[in-house]
Ligand binder design. Structure first.
Ligand SMILES: C[S@@+](CC[C@H](N)C(=O)[O-])C[C@H]1O[C@@H](n2cnc3c(N)ncnc32)[C@H](O)[C@@H]1O
Length: 204
């Protein structure tokens, strides 16, 4: 997802510290709530908004593109969703801050596929990065990943054991679970085109 740079984005994010953390504090009431869920690469926030209305809990969304994050933040602010907070930046840069908390599930929805082999190390599910993501899970919690991209799907299936993790389920034709799942902007777009959605559940 490439966002057009929006000049209002950073001032808007800075003006709303009640919704967007400038950085994650050492301890925090919102993030101490259980259950606590994390989405990495949340895009415009449709998944977070949808799931937070179906499944009680507190939700943290991470997005590195600040223009996209600001678009999501405006939507969330307008709808008044008290159980969502946001954080801007790249997962690698924010890992130390995230590592102060543990999550009941971590969602990776339609992560950038980086289809060229020479860019494989940039994928969110590259095994070293995947192991760091999994280290943020509470005991018994899972990473849930969805993608339309067959290269990223096959790559992730190989990276799971290299990261020392367990593949709990995988399907290359995931049927949407209306009651227990939510649809991101990308999932809605690919489903409208009739493209199969792949889903993996990964545990420790
Ligand atoms: C293809 S878009 C999908 C957005 C959304 N999850 C969806 O399904 O509609 C991937 C998003 O992940 C963000 N992203 C990619 N790598 C990231 C990283 N390392 N840390 C934080 N965000 C990342 C990108 O900026 C982009 O907005």
């Amino acid at each position: 997802m490439r966002g057009r740079s929006k000049p209002w984005a950073v001032p808007y994010l800075q003006a709303h510290p009640e919704l967007i953390y400038p950085e994650l504090p050492e301890s925090d009431e919102f993030l101490s709530y259980s259950p606590l869920y994390l989405e990495i690469g949340m895009g415009k926030g449709d998944f977070l908004l949808g799931l937070s209305q179906k499944k009680p809990g507190h939700y943290l969304g991470l997005e590195r593109d600040l223009s996209i994050l600001a678009t999501a933040a405006k939507k969330i602010e307008m709808l008044g969703s008290p159980n969502i907070r946001l954080l801007g930046g790249d997962f690698d840069d924010l890992f130390e801050q995230l590592n102060r908390y543990r999550f009941d599930a971590i969602y990776l929805n339609f992560s950038d596929p980086w289809p060229k082999k020479r860019h494989a190390k940039r994928r969110l599910t590259e095994h070293n990065r995947l192991a760091r993501i999994a280290s943020l899970l509470k005991p018994g919690a899972h990473i849930v990943m969805k993608t339309d991209n067959p290269i990223l799907y096959a790559f992730t299936l190989e990276e799971v054991p290299l990261a020392g993790l367990k593949l709990l389920s995988s399907t290359d034709h995931y049927e949407f679970d209306e009651a227990g799942d939510a649809m991101s902007e990308y999932e809605a777009r690919f489903r409208a085109l009739g493209q199969p959605i792949h889903r993996l559940i990964i545990g420790k």
